[in-house]
Each structure stands twice: as C-alpha cells, then as structure tokens.
Design a protein around this ligand. Structure first.
Ligand SMILES: Cc1cc2nc3c(=O)[nH]c(=O)nc-3n(C[C@H](O)[C@H](O)[C@H](O)COP(=O)(O)OP(=O)(O)OC[C@H]3O[C@@H](n4cnc5c(N)ncnc54)[C@H](O)[C@@H]3O)c2cc1C
Length: 477
C-alpha cells in the first residue's frame, strides 16, 4: 500500500522543494547548488554512504579509496565544487604538468610542460620522449596539432574511433601504446582503439592542447569520502536539507513524484542522478530520449590494487608505467593515515601505501584477488627494485565492475541532455550529454546544470495558475 506525502511547495514566495535521487558527485553537486539557490533539498541515496563512485573504507587502521581519482586544472566546475565545500586545501595540485613514465630497468621518461604558451608548452617534452622513436615523436607533434583542429562536438568525429584515426595518420602501435593510450586509458577508461575520437579530442584539446596549464594534475590528499560525501553532507544539512541513506527510490513519475519505502512523495522538481543502467527501471517508458538504448552506453571496469610496504619503495607522488602490466601507481600514504579533521602526518613507522590503478580492466577484473596481488607485486618489483626487498604488510584489491560508461564511437547520440518528457524531472550524471568522458568534472557539471533547471522550473511553477498546478498532480505512471 503506497501512502502519499506532498513535498511540492510551489506557492509564489515559498521555498521550492527539490528532491535529488542519487548521492554520487552529480547528485551531491545538484543538491548543493539547489540548496544554494534557496531550495529545500531532500536527497535519497540507496547506499549506506554518499559519494557514489568515489568512496573510501578503513581496513586495519588505514584508509583506502575504491579507486584512485585524478583531475586536471581544466576541471573548472569540479574544482569550484571543492571550493564550495571548503575542501580545496585537501587536494594536491601540480604547479606544472609532470608525469614520470617508468619502464623496468630503464631510466624514467617524463611527459611535462614548459612555461611556454599552448601548444608549444608540450613540444620539448614530446620531442625528448624516449619511449618513442624519433620518427614517432615528430609524428606525435603533428598529430597533436591535428587533434587541436578537431571539433569534439561534431557527430562524425564521435562515430570515429580514436585508434583508427591515429593509425590513419600513421601513428604506430608503439606510439599508441607508449603515448596515446597513456592519456586515453585513465581519462576515457578505454584504449584508443576502443574510444570515441570525440571524447579523446575533448580530453586532449581541453586538457592538453588549448591552454598551457589545463592538464596540471590534482588528486585528493585525504580519503575521497571525506573530500566529497562528508563535506557535501555538511553543506546540505547546514542549509536545512535532508539526506536519506539506504533509501532506494523505486519509481519516479509524473508530478513529479517518487516512490520510496512504500511512500509516494510529490516534489516541486526531481533530479534523477543515478547511473545510466538504472534510469530505465525507475521512470515510465519514453521519459528519457532513447531510453531503450541506454544500455548501449555499456560499462567499463576499473581495478585498483593497494599495497602497504614496510618502507618507502617509490619517491614520486605517482608514475605511469610502460612495458609493464602496471598502468599508473600512486603514493597514497598521506590519505591512508587521514585522521579526521586534518592529515595526521603520522605514519606507522616508515611504511608506504601505494595504489596501482588499472583502467579498462576488462581482462583481469574477474581474476582472483590473490592472483591480482601477486601479478602486481611482481610488476612493482620490476619497476621499483626497493619493493622486492620490502615486507608487504597488507594488500587489498578493489574492483569497480561498472566504474564508468564505455565511451565508444557513437555513444554521444545515446547520452541524453538534462530535460525529460516529465515536467519538473531532470537528469544528471557523468553519463549524460556533458561532452566529457565519465569524469568527476562531467558529474559535477551535469548536477549543477540540473539544479539550475530545477530551480527555474520551481520558480516558474510557483508563478503558474492554480489549475495548471492541479493538473500536474498526477500519480506515478
Ligand atoms: C575506480 C574509479 C576510478 C575513477 N577515476 C576517475 C578519475 O581519475 N578522474 C575522474 O574524473 N573520474 C574518475 N572516475 C569516474 C567518476 O568517479 C565518475 O564519473 C563520477 O563519480 C560519477 O558520478 P555520478 O554521480 O554521475 O554517478 P555515481 O557516482 O554512480 O552516483 C550514482 C548514485 O546513485 C545511487 N543510486 C542508484 N540507484 C538509486 C536508487 N534507485 N535510489 C537512490 N539512489 C540510487 C547510487 O548508489 C550512486 O550513489 C572513476 C570511477 C571509478 C569507479
């Protein structure tokens, strides 16, 4: 039996009531922006915690993230969100892009920028990039300039594979593995051969080629849950908003209204910020553009292997790797020892906590944890000889089978915008049509945009004639 609760204040002058479904970054950004815009916000999250795809857990007294997250300086809305939450001081940001690239038994190479204006800022590094032959380096410079001329919003560009386009331009397998995949894998969560040229062009243009400082990298110095979920909860509740955890929404429908825990609730506006493969189960047919094709957005997994060594094995904050199963490895010691209000600075002796991060881990996500740990312990020993002598104090594997949608060629047309066929129902999520791959930036952008539309809707509805408001009070379809 479903009882009805009205949560739909739209009288002129009254506080608009906005309900957000989903407490990932998109939902949190939407809830914060809606509260900042004067709405009374209620957020429903089916998990026992906020943060969605960005979360942390404790084990043997140390913090671990579900997976390493990195952002670039060009992620303007994500960085503004951190500012709004008052946690910007909890991230590290490079003054200038610098990515060490390790190979077993070889001197490390480096991808970095100079202080020169774009696109010259990368030229010196590309021309000196030792994993590539001289011919490949010269070709890479020409290819980078050609990427800069591509329009990421062009639908033909989206139908093309990045790898196919690179090969057409004469890029070799070595150049694709040693340079282009190094950037495509962690940003699009696919290898270049599988990725949409449009999404790759967005990353390379916005991130690397259009402005000199765009690709300077940043990462959390504290657990992701502290950075996102906890901080956003404090901001939302301080403004009178309410957060319901372990509250799975069962349906969203006309009104707009939603059903959760056996109750039906009306709202001034609803922002649905759940993953793409969940939306179709919650809304009536044809609510979202191409609703029946949303599953075609696919999924791409990410695997992280966290090691605790009794001593320092690497002396850089992170590195990429080539000629190794390792894609990237990060020093997570500071975040692992987070002590609440501030980094404790304390270390359990001289231990070092590192996270190996593997994007598009289709081939190994199903392997047994013990096998995965052994594989990467041995790979780390090849890259960092000190780790071969170090004692392993702990190791844990985190697997995100459905980490992101798969940004394959042709996915752009499957990504809906924020509006739906239901008046007052808006969509948010990294998978919606942000133009970005599935990133924290895309999630936050979509959330703030949905909040703006929801606030406009409530204000418009407040000014509407009473009979029109009555007509919108329908039940869940
Ligand atoms: C391991 C890993 C590494 C990553 N690395 C990076 C990186 O380095 N840089 C980067 O920018 N991005 C990275 N990403 C991607 C980024 O985390 C995501 O794109 C972003 O966080 C997605 O946010 P979202 O709010 O759109 O979706 P989600 O985080 O998936 O949030 C959706 C929320 O909806 C909730 N929900 C679902 N159904 C219901 C229901 N019926 N009722 C109530 N709640 C419901 C879910 O529980 C979830 O909390 C990574 C992702 C993973 C998993």
């Amino acid at each position: 039996m479903i009882s009805a609760v009205s949560d739909k204040t739209t009288d002129a002058g009254a506080m608009p009531k906005i309900t957000v479904v989903g407490g990932g970054l998109a939902g949190l950004a939407a809830a914060v922006a809606a509260a900042d815009g004067g709405a009374q916000v209620t957020l429903y999250e089916r998990a026992p915690r906020l943060g969605g795809a960005t979360w942390s857990f404790q084990r043997n007294g140390r913090w671990y993230d579900n997976g390493q997250h990195v952002f670039m300086r060009c992620c303007a809305e994500y960085r503004a969100f951190l500012d709004r939450l008052g946690v910007a001081h909890h991230v590290a940001e490079q003054p200038r892009l610098s990515v060490p690239v390790m190979r077993p038994g070889r001197r490390p190479a480096r991808l970095s920028r100079t202080g020169a204006p774009a696109p010259l800022h990368l030229a010196r590094s590309l021309l000196r990039y030792s994993p590539l032959s001289l011919a490949d380096r010269l070709r890479a410079v020409r290819t980078a300039l050609a990427l800069r001329r591509l329009d990421p919003d062009d639908s033909d560009t989206d139908e093309t594979s990045f790898g196919g386009w690179l090969r057409f331009r004469g890029e070799t397998d070595q150049a694709i593995a040693g340079l282009w995949d190094l950037i495509c894998l962690p940003t699009v969560n696919l290898r270049a051969d599988d990725a949409s040229l449009s999404l790759a062009a967005r990353v390379f243009r916005t991130g690397l080629l259009d402005d000199a400082d765009s690709a300077d990298l940043g990462w959390a110095r504290v657990p992701l849950s502290a950075l996102h979920g906890d901080a956003a909860a404090a901001v939302i509740t301080a403004q009178g908003g309410s957060i319901r955890l372990q509250a799975q929404v069962e349906a969203v429908g006309h009104g707009p209204s939603l059903a959760a825990g056996g109750q039906r609730m009306d709202a001034g506006a609803v922002i649905l910020a759940v993953p793409h493969d969940v939306v179709g189960d919650l809304v009536p047919p044809d609510t979202v553009a191409r609703q029946s094709e949303l599953a075609d957005l696919g999924i791409s997994p990410i695997l992280n292997v966290h090691f605790v060594f009794d001593r320092q094995i690497m002396d850089v904050p992170f590195t990429a790797a080539l000629d190794s199963p390792v894609q990237f490895v990060f020093d997570r010691t500071e975040a692992a020892h987070w002590a609440g209000g501030k980094p404790s600075g304390a270390n359990n002796g001289d231990e070092q906590v590192v996270a190996v991060s593997q994007s598009a881990a289709f081939d190994e996500i199903g392997d047994r944890p013990a096998e995965i740990i052994e594989r990467y312990r041995s790979a780390l020993a090849d890259l960092f000889p000190l780790s071969a002598e170090a004692e392993l104090l702990d190791a844990v594997v985190t697997r995100e089978h459905r980490a992101t949608f798969a940004g394959r060629p042709g996915t752009r047309r499957l990504r809906p915008g924020p509006t739906t066929a239901i008046d007052g129902l808006f969509l948010a999520g990294a998978w919606t049509d942000t133009g970005w791959p599935a990133t924290m930036e895309g999630a936050v952008r979509s959330g703030t945009q949905a909040a703006r539309l929801a606030l406009d809707h409530c204000r418009g509805a407040g000014a509407r004639a009473p009979e029109l408001q009555d007509q919108s009070e329908r039940t869940i379809a």
